[in-house]
Design a binder for this molecule. Structure first.
Ligand code: CU
Length: 242
């Protein structure tokens, strides 16, 4: 009699732990609390940014009393390098990630892309916003995704997705030849784009050994290996040169 109850209890426990495992699997690995953060820098004198001549479209030009400048290498205080995509390129053991429900937003403002480099997850919604009075034509040129090319007057909603990982897709406007940006697409959530301070942080990583790659549109890529255990927070810095 007693043995039967013990057996039933064991069965119940096994079912319960299986359920918990599955539930936590939906939210991501249960012990994913490690992080890698750092700063990306540019070594040497900052390259001079070129002025953009927007006189071709007065609706663009009037937005910039001081002319806008190119954004292909943006160096801030202390050599901080902005617009660098930093991501886990190898070492993940789980590959089952759902894109976040909130959309990524790419804005066309002052006839430039904001942000200049955008990163999002595969199948995450991308809201393209035209905040300008003029009409834009947004045209990503992917290698690994479906190409599209859409005319977008002011205020027109535009939603797209990218199905596959690609780092990174060049984006241009067929109306304004100076408009250039990039969209990086990931099949996992472990990526960041450096801000003006060159900072990045990859959060909620499961313990493991990872290859972390830093990609800059003009300066190329760099990789480093890092091992994190438990809820460890590690620092990883990158330095790019011309
Ligand atoms: Cu445009």
């Amino acid at each position: 009699m007693k043995l039967k109850y013990v057996f039933i209890s064991i069965c119940a426990l096994a079912t319960l732990s299986g359920l918990v495992e599955r539930l936590s699997g939906w939210a991501g690995p249960a012990d994913a609390s490690a992080s890698v953060k750092g700063i990306v820098k540019f070594d040497g004198p900052a390259p001079k940014l070129a002025r953009i001549d927007m006189s071709q479209d007065p609706l663009c030009a009037k937005f910039h009393p001081t002319p806008a400048t190119t954004e292909d290498v943006v160096v801030g205080t202390g050599g901080a390098l902005a617009n660098v995509v930093v991501y886990v390129s190898d070492g993940l053991t789980s590959h089952d990630f759902q894109p976040p429900p909130q959309p990524a937003v790419l804005e066309q403002k002052g006839c430039q892309y904001k942000p200049h480099v955008l990163a999002l997850e595969a199948n995450q919604k991308l809201d393209v916003v035209n905040s300008d009075e003029t009409t834009h034509n947004i045209h990503p040129s992917p290698n690994n995704n479906r190409e599209w090319n859409m005319t977008q007057p002011h205020g027109m909603p535009l939603e797209q997705t990218f199905a596959r990982e690609e780092i990174a897709i060049p984006v241009k406007c067929n109306v304004h030849p100076w408009m250039k940006g990039y969209i990086a697409v990931f099949k996992h959530p472990y990526f960041a784009v450096t801000d003006k301070s060159g900072s990045f942080e990859l959060k909620d990583l499961p313990p493991g050994t990872y290859t972390v790659t830093a990609w800059q549109e003009k300066l190329g890529t760099q990789t480093q290996k890092v091992t994190v255990g438990g809820s460890e927070a590690k620092t990883l810095d990158f330095t790019f040169k011309q």
